[in-house]
Ligand binder design. Structure first.
Ligand SMILES: Nc1ncnc2c1ncn2[C@@H]1O[C@H](COP(=O)(O)OP(=O)(O)OP(=O)(O)O)[C@@H](O)[C@H]1O
Ligand SMILES: [Mg+2]
Length: 331
């Protein structure tokens, strides 16, 4: 993990994500290997040295882990009291941290009086109290609704940028990875099976876990209604997938002009990994056979993945989605 990056770890339940986090902050001692934080191998430390080194690592949790008997202020102050910081300094530091997470007006509220998103903001302020170099987040947004998740992820990104804080974000949701991570590692059965930029993993998933996580978006299932509503459909039905530069819509309009075919977009899913578009379109393409062939070849040569579809058994006679001339991978 490089300094200053937001690094995601994704894996199914039981894959070993929390175990990895517990090793990184030395709540569990790994049986082999080293944990190097800011140049120091913390597995070689013990006692007071280890306690000091662990201050470099902040942590936030799925269920916030706040002390219910303490206010927001009191929760953020807690690690500073343990560090033995003088009262006056604690007051100004906590005020500054609550301002950073947008909770300056809720300092005297108890956890029970705060929403989930606000509780996690307190958790973030508390994790940052000792000025850590690294923030570990174990499913920190899994208990939150999508809007609140989004606002917490924005906050983490802002903190990453403004403080240069390195963040390790553990999740089982691809949406979380897609939204803010620079790189991602896929973990399966206690092993890291794949590491790459988020775009890498989306465009060339190799492990079965990565394929499962990206399948929803790239290989969208075709709704039955699409077959029913297009029974007498003229032409061929294509599934066109694309990532990055080869954005599909301009390509389709140029193909229509160049090859004298008609293209009718029936269904699709478009999304972004940070600034890069990717997605899948279902397109009915009609015209003279050689023109249609030419159009398909042209799209393939531009890096789009093109598959010809046939109706499933329920709707037609033959249920195979024949891979016509897909290049295997887009992008
Ligand atoms: N590298 C490993 N070697 C040996 N055992 C491991 C390893 N990684 C994980 N385990 C064991 O696998 C079990 C599940 O691990 P863990 O709780 O870390 O999963 P998780 O990915 O956090 O799952 P969840 O998404 O449900 O929180 C634990 O019993 C843990 O001890
Ligand atoms: Mg876990």
């Amino acid at each position: 993990m490089a300094s200053g990056e937001i690094f995601g770890i994704i894996g199914l339940s039981g894959a070993g994500k929390s175990t990895l986090v517990r090793c990184i902050n030395m709540l569990e001692r790994p049986q082999s290997g080293k944990i190097i934080v800011d140049g120091v191998d913390i597995t070689a430390l013990s006692g007071r040295e280890l306690r000091l080194a662990r201050r470099q690592i902040g942590m936030i949790f799925q269920h916030f882990n706040l002390l219910s008997s303490r206010t927001a202020f009191g929760n953020v102050a807690f690690p500073l009291e343990i560090m033995g910081m003088p009262r006056r300094e604690i007051k100004s530091r906590v005020t500054e941290l609550l301002r950073l997470v947008g909770l300056e007006d809720r300092a005297s509220a108890y956890p029970a009086q705060l929403s989930g998103g606000q509780k996690q903001r307190v958790g973030i302020a508390r994790a940052l109290a000792s000025n850590p170099k690294v923030l570990l987040s174990d499913e920190a947004t899994s208990a939150l609704d999508p809007t609140t998740t989004h606002s917490i992820l924005r906050l983490l990104k802002d903190i990453n940028r403004s403080l240069g804080l390195t963040i390790m974000l553990i999740t089982h949701e691809m949406g979380v990875i897609k939204e803010i991570c620079d790189r991602v590692a896929v973990i399966h059965n206690g092993r890291i099976v794949e590491v790459g930029t988020v775009l890498d993993i989306f465009s060339h998933p190799r492990s079965s876990t990565a394929k499962a996580f990206t399948r929803d978006i790239l290989n969208l299932d075709i709704p039955d209604a699409l077959w029913k509503n297009n029974k007498g459909l003229n032409g061929k039905l294509l599934r066109i997938s694309f990532i990055g530069e080869s954005a599909a819509r301009p390509v389709i309009s140029s193909v229509v002009k160049k090859f004298q075919v008609d293209a009718n977009i029936l269904y699709g899913k478009l999304d972004y990994v940070q600034d890069t578009p990717f997605g899948t379109l279902i397109v009915a393409i009609s015209g003279d056979a050689p023109h249609v062939e030419g159009a398909i070849e042209h799209m393939t040569s531009l890096g789009l993945r093109v598959e010809m579809l046939e109706a499933p058994p329920a709707a037609g006679e033959n249920g195979k989605a024949a891979e016509k001339c897909g290049v295997g991978e887009a992008g």
